[in-house]
Design a protein around this ligand. Structure first.
Ligand SMILES: CC(C)(COP(=O)(O)OP(=O)(O)OC[C@H]1O[C@@H](n2cnc3c(N)ncnc32)[C@H](O)[C@@H]1OP(=O)(O)O)[C@@H](O)C(=O)NCCC(=O)NCCS
Length: 136
């Protein structure tokens, strides 16, 4: 995805995870390693999945991950999540990653996006129905 698609985008979703990009998370070029970023996205989606599924769940698929811009050491990394679909036992969670180098976050830039599919699991690790909101 090029710059055109990310122009004028606003932050969508709920802030599920915020962390700092550290030197240990860099790739051979000195930028932040994509695998680390995906790990943060998976954690963020997992936090939202826990709320939605009201219990144990696991990532069953990671789809359409795009790395839009490089991330530098010292950036504040914020993962915003939103549920895009809820099935019987699965929930689709879109994750957008924005980074900022200032306290105000006025310079925030979207650097990555992806769709994470989680499945609610029972005690035996088998899919279980996601409780309906009014059953909570
Ligand atoms: C999650 C797991 C129990 C699902 O088992 P399964 O036999 O595929 O279960 P089902 O076929 O009944 O599918 C369960 C749900 O997941 C969805 N699903 C399964 N595989 C999927 C995939 N690759 N992409 C999107 N959705 C998927 C199904 O559509 C179904 O959704 P629904 O109940 O809302 O209709 C099993 O795949 C598993 O244990 N995977 C490992 C999970 C894990 O350890 N993740 C951590 C990363 S290592």
């Amino acid at each position: 995805m090029g710059d055109k698609a990310t122009t004028d985008m606003a932050i969508e979703g709920e802030l599920a995870l915020q962390t700092l990009a550290m030197p240990k998370d860099t790739n051979a070029n000195g930028d932040i390693f994509g695998g680390w970023l995906v790990s943060q996205m998976d954690l963020a989606a997992g936090i939202m999945s826990k709320q939605v599924t009201q219990g144990r769940s696991a990532t069953v698929a990671i789809q359409n991950v795009n790395f839009i811009k490089p991330v530098s050491v010292g950036a504040t990394v914020s993962c915003y999540c939103r549920v895009t679909k809820t099935g019987n036992s699965s929930v689709h969670i879109a994750v957008d990653v924005w980074v900022s180098h200032r306290l105000t976050h006025q310079d925030s830039v979207k650097v990555a996006e992806g769709l994470f599919v989680f499945v609610a699991l029972d005690d035996d690790g088998k899919p279980r129905p996601i409780p309906k909101v009014n059953e909570a």
